[in-house]
Design a protein around this ligand. Structure first.
Ligand SMILES: NC(=O)c1ccc[n+]([C@@H]2O[C@H](COP(=O)([O-])OP(=O)(O)OC[C@H]3O[C@@H](n4cnc5c(N)ncnc54)[C@H](OP(=O)(O)O)[C@@H]3O)[C@@H](O)[C@H]2O)c1
Length: 254
């Protein structure tokens, strides 16, 4: 199987642990998976610049440091595969996820740019883009949200965060959340393919969300759709979630 090296960052829990276990099971030792990452939600006015820098240090600079370290050897060997745990939020921004989403956009831009050079040296690049996954990540962001001091923002924003965003977000995780094992299974399947894609979204039910963006280069379509779904049509949001939940269940049964 070529070289005897495997590297998965952030594998003490969640997706990284499941990916490391899945790779070990099949004795797949040629992958470098940059998975370590942290989340951050809430009104921007309540988040310190230091906290934002820390998040970027893990989510983006962790990747940059790793690739900088490994790339010369991969180039010299003319082989290797850089696998990065991104997110659907690396493609489409989401309410109250400004900084987290920005860090994943950075990851996407970095890999998309690097992939062309990597290709010249026969190095593959794959961005895995999960939607919600039920892991420690979810528990930690909600725990931080409960403790968050919202006095830095106005009352209306604090109310939207507590009474609209948090209940919506929890419903989405409960309805559509994947297990880390499902994400690991898809990750291994995709990266061991003969022609691995640059991007792979693990949750088919999330694809319409990102498709809106590609459908309208002006950005109006996704903006209007998210605005209406969150602020105008509570019943549409709940009904859509209900339908998606049914689709998810029938997909699992197959
Ligand atoms: N869960 C989701 O809904 C979801 C959705 C899309 C994408 N993702 C992405 O998937 C990846 C894994 O997340 P997860 O859901 O599996 O969360 P998780 O269970 O919290 O695992 C995150 C892992 O990253 C490690 N980590 C965090 N900060 C680190 C640092 N500064 N240096 C080294 N390791 C660090 C953690 O180790 P310690 O616990 O020891 O700090 C842990 O092993 C992240 O990149 C995340 O952005 C998650």
């Amino acid at each position: 199987m070529g070289t005897r090296r495997v590297l998965v960052t952030g594998c003490s829990s969640g997706i990284g642990l499941a990916v490391a276990a899945r790779l070990a099971k099949d004795e797949l030792r040629r992958f470098k998976v940059n998975n370590a990452g942290v989340g951050m939600i809430g009104p921007l006015e309540c988040q310190s610049i230091d906290a934002m820098k820390n998040l970027f240090d893990t989510n983006f600079f962790g990747l940059a440091r790793l690739v900088k370290e490994l790339l010369p050897d991969m180039k010299q060997r003319q082989s290797g595969h850089i696998v990065v745990m991104s997110s659907v939020m690396g493609i489409q921004g989401l309410l109250f996820n400004d900084v987290y989403s920005a860090s994943k956009f950075a990851v996407e831009g970095f890999c998309e740019s690097l992939a062309v050079q990597a290709m010249k040296f026969s190095i593959k690049t794959t961005l895995v883009e999960p939607g919600p996954v039920v892991t420690e990540f979810e528990r930690k962001v909600y725990e931080d949200a409960e403790k968050m001091d919202l006095s830095g923002t106005d009352e209306e924003t604090a109310k939207i965060f507590r009474e609209v965003y948090l209940p919506y977000s929890k419903k989405i995780f409960a309805s559509l959340g994947q297990t880390p094992e499902e994400v690991a299974e898809q990750t291994v399947k995709v990266i061991t393919a003969k022609e691995p894609p640059l991007r792979h979204q693990t949750n088919r039910l999330y694809m319409p969300m990102t498709a809106l963006k590609h459908a309208d280069p002006t950005g109006r379509l996704p903006l209007d759709a998210f605005y209406k779904m969150i602020f105008k049509h509570d019943s549409v949001f709940n009904a859509t979630l209900g339908v998606l939940r049914m689709l998810q269940r029938s997909a699992w049964k197959k």
